[in-house]
Structures are given as structure tokens and as C-alpha cells.
Ligand binder design. Structure first.
Ligand SMILES: C[S@@+](CC[C@H](N)C(=O)[O-])C[C@H]1O[C@@H](n2cnc3c(N)ncnc32)[C@H](O)[C@@H]1O
Length: 276
């Protein structure tokens, strides 16, 4: 009997759904182009900026290695990459979208820094080729775009030096609804926030591309990412949890404030872990 053995890379390349998810991510992020962060004020409003600053402060404090080597997975237009560069880290960024990598490259040049490494590639292929280990790895809003985020997380764990720090930031949270009333208020607030967002984008002449994300946001089909499952996965891969925070991200700071301070609902999480 002939037994056909495929390498893991070959098996992955033959999976049509995986290919479709990659293709759709390339397409939709090319559409986003330099307007990516303009279109996503939930990442840049005042409320979220404070969360981002605290997360980077904690990452830096635990890393305890000034100027260490940091890999930003799914770096996009530089949401984490640029602030970390300004904090003096040696940055490598990988992203599937050539368009977004070019945008980031132009932004890096404006910082008058030339020793960064930017790679336009699928994260899993990159990690299979990469032998280097990093002091820190950061991922913002990338895991939910991956066909097999569990495999990517295992590979990321291998690319961390002992004592290295992993920051997983701004992932859609697989929610558990405890109170129906609170959930209804959460949804109502979300609708009001979206209506205001649409008016604002219209006023600024920025076209919305929301419907295009159906396939690209692949893990949303399964409700998002479960941080408890992720914690088990990290533990199995030799990492210990340092912090896990769930909160509500909204387009506008006022809506985020109401959701977090009054309703106490959550749709997003951040997680920090250390390699043993
Ligand atoms: C939601 S955006 C987040 C970008 C950036 N990290 C941020 O927080 O602003 C997701 C990013 O992941 C990238 N991406 C999607 N699938 C990828 C893959 N398989 N490998 C590498 N990057 C990928 C996209 O091109 C996009 O830049």
C-alpha cells in the first residue's frame, strides 16, 4: 500500500479554506491601506490609548531588557510597532499585507531609524522559516484573522527566549452573557456608537469596508477567541500567565467609558505571559 506522507507545510498549503482566509485578509487589508487606523477609532480613542499605554508599560516592565529584540506579528500600519520603536526596542514586523507593510515602512523612515526589519509574509510561513528567538513578541488584533491561531501561538512560544514576554492585545473576546438586560444595553450602546461612527466616517470622506471582513475575521465565526483556552494553550507551550484583562472597546471614548464604568461589559481582551 502506498502511503503518502505530506509535510505540515504541504498539508497547510493544500487546505482551500486556509488559502481563502489568507486571500481575503490580503484583499481586505489592501483596501484598508493608510486609512487603517482612521477607520478603527476603537484602537485610537482616548479611552483605548490609555489601555494601550498601560499594556506597553507592563510589557516593558516585565521584559526588563532595555532595547531588547521585539517581534510584532501582524504589525499593520504600526499601532504597536511605532510606540515600541520610540521606546528604544529593536523591532521586527511581519504582516501578510504588502500594502500595510509599505505604509509602515514610510512611517518608520519619518522616525529617522533604519535598523528595523519589515517582512510582508503570512505569519505561519514566516515562523516556520525563522530560527531567531526574541526577547518579546507582540500581537495586536491578529489571532482572530488566522485560520489556525492555535498553531501560530505554539510557534510564537517557540520563538521566545527563556524569560521572554508575549503580549496578546486587542483580541475579540468569546463572550459569556451573564445578564440579558446588561447584554441588551450593551447592544443598544453599540448601535448608537456605530451610528455616530458612520456619520463621522461619511463626514471625513472615508469609505466603510465593514462587510468585507466576513471571511477575513475567520475566528469570529466561532465567537472570537477564548482567553481561558488561550491560557491553557500557552501553559502547554511553556508560558506562564502574568495578566489577563477583559474590557469593552468602542468606537468612541464616551461609549467605551459607559460600557466599562457603568455596564461592566466586555468584548475584547489583552493578555501578558512569560516563557519559563
Ligand atoms: C486588525 S489588523 C491589526 C493591525 C495592527 N496589529 C493593529 O493593531 O493596528 C490585522 C493585521 O493582521 C494582518 N494579517 C492577517 N492575516 C495575517 C497572516 N496570516 N499573517 C500575517 N499577518 C496577517 C493584516 O494584514 C492586518 O495588518
Amino acid at each position: 500500500m502506498d502511503v503518502e506522507m505530506k509535510t505540515e507545510a504541504e498539508a497547510q498549503a493544500l487546505d482551500p479554506v486556509r488559502e481563502q482566509v489568507l486571500e481575503e485578509n490580503r484583499r481586505v487589508h489592501t483596501l484598508e491601506n493608510a486609512h487603517y487606523l482612521d477607520r478603527h477609532p476603537e484602537q485610537t480613542n482616548r479611552y483605548q490609548k490609555r489601555i494601550l499605554k498601560n499594556a506597553l508599560d507592563e510589557f516593558e516592565r516585565h521584559l526588563d531588557r532595555p532595547g531588547g529584540e521585539v517581534l510584532d506579528v501582524g504589525c499593520g500600519t504600526g499601532y504597536l510597532f511605532l510606540p515600541l520603536l520610540r521606546r528604544g526596542f529593536q523591532m521586527t514586523g511581519v504582516d501578510l499585507s504588502e500594502t500595510l507593510v509599505e505604509v509602515l515602512d514610510r512611517r518608520v523612515r519619518k522616525e529617522f531609524v533604519d535598523d528595523v526589519r519589515l517582512v510582508a509574509q503570512d505569519v505561519e510561513s514566516f515562523l516556520q522559516q525563522e530560527t531567531k528567538r526574541y526577547d518579546g513578541i507582540v500581537c495586536s488584533a491578529i489571532l482572530h484573522h488566522l485560520y489556525d491561531y492555535e498553531s501560530a501561538v505554539r510557534q510564537l512560544a517557540e520563538r521566545l527566549k527563556p524569560g521572554g514576554i508575549l503580549l496578546i492585545f486587542f483580541e475579540p473576546l468569546k463572550q459569556r452573557i451573564a445578564s440579558k438586560l446588561r447584554f441588551r444595553l450593551h447592544r443598544l450602546l453599540g448601535r448608537l456608537d456605530e451610528a455616530r461612527y458612520e456619520r463621522d466616517m461619511h463626514r471625513r470622506g472615508i469609505p466603510l469596508i465593514r462587510d468585507d471582513y466576513e471571511v477575513a475575521d475567520y475566528q469570529r465565526r466561532f465567537g472570537g477567541i477564548d482567553p481561558d483556552h488561550l491560557t491553557h494553550l500557552l501553559n502547554d507551550s511553556g508560558l506562564g500567565l502574568l495578566e489577563k484583562t477583559a474590557y469593552c472597546a468602542r468606537r468612541t471614548a464616551w461609549a467605551a467609558w459607559i460600557a466599562n464604568r457603568l455596564l461592566g461589559t466586555a468584548n475584547t481582551f489583552n493578555l501578558l505571559a512569560r516563557k519559563f
